[in-house]
Write a protein of this length. Structure first.
Length: 211
């Protein structure tokens, strides 16, 4: 059976796209799935993470990495999904026609939104482009602060945009930043805790959306 493709997209920089891509990949891998990561962002943060991981842990047949131009994303991911259960595409923080191949090929588009109205405004372009490509979208409130009115407002406005908003919110935790720099996912640092619970719940939601 061919693998599934997840594209992580957001117009605004600093929304936590790479962090989300990495932690979802590690979470799926921990559940026994093989995962390929494709970086179309010239900044190359995902590649840096993967190199750190390789130097610390060595090669892993169940996790691979490649880079691609934005236009080559569909070709690269279609090729990889023949060998891997999941392909996760990290995209650059911009919305233009270059993003379309990565949206078109996706079984699910994850859109991280930090808890600010500016981030939410930036999301409209992604949602519009995803609709045109008939891509299924799951909006993830990311880097949230617990029990703030702003977070609730952003969630409400996101639903008004017609987006499906994930029940799971990813909080603004130091462990996500620290583990990223070490080539790890947050769930690999400790066996329990809030970050582990968050990623387990989000992974369940993502798998549920893809049937």
């Amino acid at each position: 059976m061919a693998g599934r493709i997840i594209t992580v997209a957001q117009q605004k920089g600093g929304s936590g796209k790479t962090t989300l891509a990495v932690n979802l990949a590690v979470s799926l891998h921990a559940r026994g799935h093989s995962v390929a990561l494709v970086d179309t962002d010239p900044q190359g943060s995902l590649g840096r993470w993967f190199m750190e991981r390789m130097s610390a842990q060595g090669e892993d047949e169940a996790m691979d990495f490649s880079t691609s131009s934005a236009w080559g994303a569909s070709y690269e991911s279609e090729k990889l999904k023949k060998r891997f259960d999941f392909v996760i595409i990290d995209t650059p923080p911009k919305i233009d026609s270059d993003l379309r191949p990565a949206l078109r090929v996706a079984d699910l588009v994850l859109v991280p939104v930090a808890s600010s109205h500016v981030d939410l405004w930036a999301t409209e372009g992604v949602l519009d482009l995803a609709r045109r490509e008939k891509a299924e979208v799951l909006l993830v409130l990311n880097r949230t602060r617990p029990n703030t009115r702003l977070g609730a407002e952003v969630a409400e406005k996101a639903e008004e945009l017609g987006a499906v908003v994930a029940t799971t919110q990813i909080a603004n935790r130091v462990t996500y930043a620290e583990t990223l720099g070490q080539g790890l996912g947050a769930i690999e640092r400790s066996k329990s805790g809030p970050a582990v619970a968050e990623m387990a719940a989000l992974t369940d939601e993502v798998l549920g959306r893809m049937g």
